[in-house]
Design a binder for this molecule. Structure first.
Ligand SMILES: [Zn+2]
Length: 346
């Protein structure tokens, strides 16, 4: 299991042991953060009759529970014949109402093994509105001993009514120092980092985020808006210009804050991946896979970018924790904070 998920594993293990796990569990995070592996671990744990524990790599040596892999339920699961788990995915682009109804009737029946029933929805954001509404009823009146695990890259693309009925666990990608530690623990010396990310070995590649994987960017108009947003943000970081335009986009574009978070996150990553940790603080970045021809020279240290990243995460939390949050106020404050971080003297 990826280290970056261990904190979430500890939290879920504790709730599992205390029997306080929510019936609907939403694992949220951008591609590459290990959601599928986390969901697999959790469902195996829920299925197991005699779970065991191990000590995590975390500084406080917290315990993580896991399936025993030996009990009857585990053996059935491993042989692919465990009857009380349902995977709800679709070959189509969307998950339709019929798929969700299949899940609902699965939950209505008694568990074969007389214990719990689990459902996994790996691409929750592909649910149609009708499907989401069908699921809503189940979330409102959960059947006994049932667990629904949903994965999504983006809360914005789910109905708020669904989100509000789930316990949400956000898995964030590693940046900065944590990213370096992870690289080192994966056996990479600081000087052997490949210049080209395409040259990265596969096992590492999965833990790095590629911005072009943002789901909404498959839409041409949104992609163009993203490029424009990206350029404005880089302008703002380097020159302090474009603030009014950036502010409007942050207020009016529902993806704005998330894009800001991801662009910043990738700037930090690109620095470490292309320069290694011992290079000078200057950051020369090109928009990998995004911009076609523009090359921006940024002279911002990764430490500063990390501070900006933290400020963006705080603003994102603020917006999400108050449904009535004044978006404009939060966006203005954030831009002021970023400006102070980048240009402390002004
Ligand atoms: Zn077991």
């Amino acid at each position: 299991m990826l280290n970056i998920c261990q904190e979430t594993q500890v939290l879920l293990s504790r709730q599992f042991q205390q029997k306080t796990l929510a019936h609907a569990i939403l694992l949220q995070g951008i591609e590459g953060t290990g959601k599928p592996a986390l969901a697999k671990w959790l469902i195996e744990l829920l299925i197991c009759k005699y779970p065991i524990s191990f000590i995590s790599d975390l500084p406080d040596h917290a315990e993580i529970s896991q399936a025993c892999n030996q009990c009857k339920s585990c053996l059935l699961r491993k042989s692919g014949s465990y009857p009380d788990h349902l995977l709800l995915s679709s070959d189509n682009k969307t998950l339709g109402v019929d798929d969700i109804r299949r899940g609902n009737s699965f939950l209505e029946k008694t568990a074969h093994l007389g214990q719990i029933k689990t459902i996994l929805i790996p691409q929750a954001q592909t649910m149609t509105v009708a499907a989401a509404n069908a699921l809503l009823k189940t979330l409102e009146e959960p059947s006994q001993n049932s667990f629904i695990v949903l994965l999504s890259e983006d809360l914005d693309s789910l109905l708020p009514t669904i989100v509000s009925r789930c316990a949400i666990y956000t898995i964030r990608p590693v940046v900065g120092e944590a990213l370096l530690l992870k690289l080192k623990s994966s056996g990479f010396s600081e000087h052997s980092l490949p210049q080209n990310r395409a040259a990265m070995p596969r096992k590492l590649d999965s833990s790095f985020v590629n911005l072009s994987q943002l789901a909404e960017l498959t839409d041409a108009a949104t992609f163009q808006a993203f490029e424009e947003f990206n350029q404005r943000y880089l302008d703002y970081l380097t020159t302090g210009q474009s603030e009014p335009q950036l502010l409007i986009q942050l207020i009016e574009n529902k993806h704005g804050l998330r894009w800001l978070e991801k662009i910043t996150c990738n700037l930090v990553r690109q620095h470490y991946l292309t320069n290694g940790p011992d290079s000078s603080n200057s950051l020369a970045t090109h928009q990998d896979g995004l911009g076609k021809n523009e090359i921006s020279e940024l002279v911002i240290s990764p430490e500063v970018l990390n501070q900006i990243y933290q400020a963006i995460i705080s603003s994102n939390k603020l917006i999400k924790s108050f449904t009535q949050a004044n978006r404009q106020f939060v966006a203005e404050q954030l831009l002021m904070t970023i400006n102070t971080i980048v240009r402390p003297s002004t």
